[in-house]
Ligand binder design. Structure first.
Ligand code: GLA
Length: 420
């Protein structure tokens, strides 16, 4: 949830923007280590179409893994005795300081002051979880060998702090790099849970599983209906004429993590008062809900229950090619998250209003954890130019800011390929 890596802002200099992250990662590897990388890990961002703040309520969500990616070019370092020490070492185009994790990594109960800081926390946290859970211990001839040292270079096109899960992309990239080198191919859900544990217990953000499952489970051309209780992922085809437009409002907020923890606690309070394991277990508010819940918990529960229902309704609308119905549900979701869940923000509301008024837009809503970052709009692909031409001045007039529009394709989840 917290944005890695490095400073906020664009991921590459103006001249570099046209160069794909995969190419930049390979170049950065050669520049940093003076030899060629052998593997390339690619990890997508995600945008959530609907089903926000439902994951930690055991509920449903509908994200898309998108073609904005984080890449790591890497090579194991125990192949040449002098090539490296027993570390995972990762340089980034966005930070002059590399992330370095000594092997074996620190114990999982190492107190926060002794942990890495910044984006290196995510790298270290994944290594810690891999070592702590024995994830690598039961792997054929490598049994007990654990983590293989490697060196890598990272390049990313995922905007930072925008709510597109740059952190999950990094976690999954590191997890796939480590498990691949150890000869292990864990199930995507296991990788996602491991990455989530790194974020929850090492980084200290009490997030759900949405980001990691979306990032690792991506399927080209499809949204993913995720049941966060059973961890079942059902692909939902995106209609060919529909463009998923991610609107980066340019706004960023501090203190999002504490507000997130508050919402989570409010939902748990509501579930306890309504005597259910999680808000997922309710299809409607009970008739006496207003007397059993304080007003805040009542609003939170009302939103989560309605949002779960919207996930199935949007999935069904997309599957039958009904973009108008899907769009109406997105707008209803935005109103709910703004008024009942209270995690929208002025720029997000302005972006949704400007998108809704622009030609070709079926519907829009804020996406991600909230308060700032990105909105998502479903737009008629044949009217993208008219949409953009109307949206940009309308959003600027409302906010004095410039938004960045990303027309996105749905892509496969985190993958690793041999470079030679
Ligand atoms: C953040 C969290 C996710 C999820 C969303 C809201 O992205 O990391 O687990 O809770 O917020 O849907």
């Amino acid at each position: 949830m917290t944005p890695p890596p490095g400073r906020p802002g664009s991921a590459a200099g103006p001249g570099e923007r046209a160069v794909p992250a995969a190419v930049r990662a390979v170049r950065a590897f050669v520049a940093a280590y003076g030899r060629e990388p052998t593997l390339l890990v690619r990890s997508p961002a995600r945008v959530n179409l609907i089903g926000e703040h439902t994951d930690y309520n055991d509920g449903l969500c509908l994200p898309v893994a998108i073609d904005r990616e984080l890449c790591i070019a890497l090579r194991r370092t125990d192949d040449v005795p002098t090539a490296g020490d027993a570390t995972l070492r990762l340089v980034s185009e966005q930070d002059p300081a590399p992330a370095v994790v000594g092997l074996p990594p620190p114990a999982a109960d190492t107190p926060p002051p002794a942990r890495a800081t910044g984006w290196a926390r995510y790298v270290q946290g994944v290594a810690v979880q891999l070592a702590a859970t024995g994830e690598l211990a039961a792997i054929g001839e490598l049994a007990g060998a654990g983590l293989v040292p490697w060196q890598g270079a990272l390049a990313s096109d995922i905007p930072l702090g925008a709510g597109l899960s740059s952190s999950a992309a990094l976690e999954l990239a590191v997890a796939v790099a480590c498990t691949h080198l150890a000869g292990s191919v864990p199930a995507p859900t296991e990788l996602a849970r491991l990455a989530q544990r790194a974020e929850n217990t090492w980084v200290g953000a009490a997030t759900g599983l949405l980001d990691q499952l979306a990032c690792v489970g991506g399927i080209a051309g499809h949204a993913l209906r995720i049941d966060c209780r059973t961890l079942t992922i059902t692909p939902v085809p995106l209609p060919a004429g529909l463009a998923v437009v991610v609107i980066d409002t340019g706004s960023r907020r501090e203190l999002v993590t504490s507000a997130y923890a508050d919402r989570r606690a409010e939902c748990e309070r509501a579930a306890r008062a309504l005597a259910v394991p999680a808000l997922r277990d309710l299809e409607a508010l009970p008739a006496d809900a207003a007397s059993r819940l304080d007003p805040v918990a009542l609003r939170r529960a009302r939103f989560v229950i309605a949002e779960n229902a919207r996930v199935d309704a949007v999935a069904e609308a997309l599957a039958r090619g009904d973009a108008e119905a899907a769009g109406r549900l997105l707008l209803a979701g935005h109103r709910g998250i703004r008024d009942d869940f209270e995690v929208s923000g002025p720029e997000l509301d302005a972006a949704v209003a400007a998108a809704q008024a622009a030609p070709g837009c079926f519907g829009a809503r804020m996406t991600g954890g909230g308060f700032a970052g990105c909105a998502v709009a479903l737009v008629d692909r044949t009217r993208l130019d008219a949409f953009t031409a109307a949206f940009e001045p309308a959003y600027s007039a409302r906010t004095g800011r410039e938004a960045v529009l990303h027309v996105c394709s749905a892509v496969a989840g985190t993958s690793v390929t041999a470079l030679r």
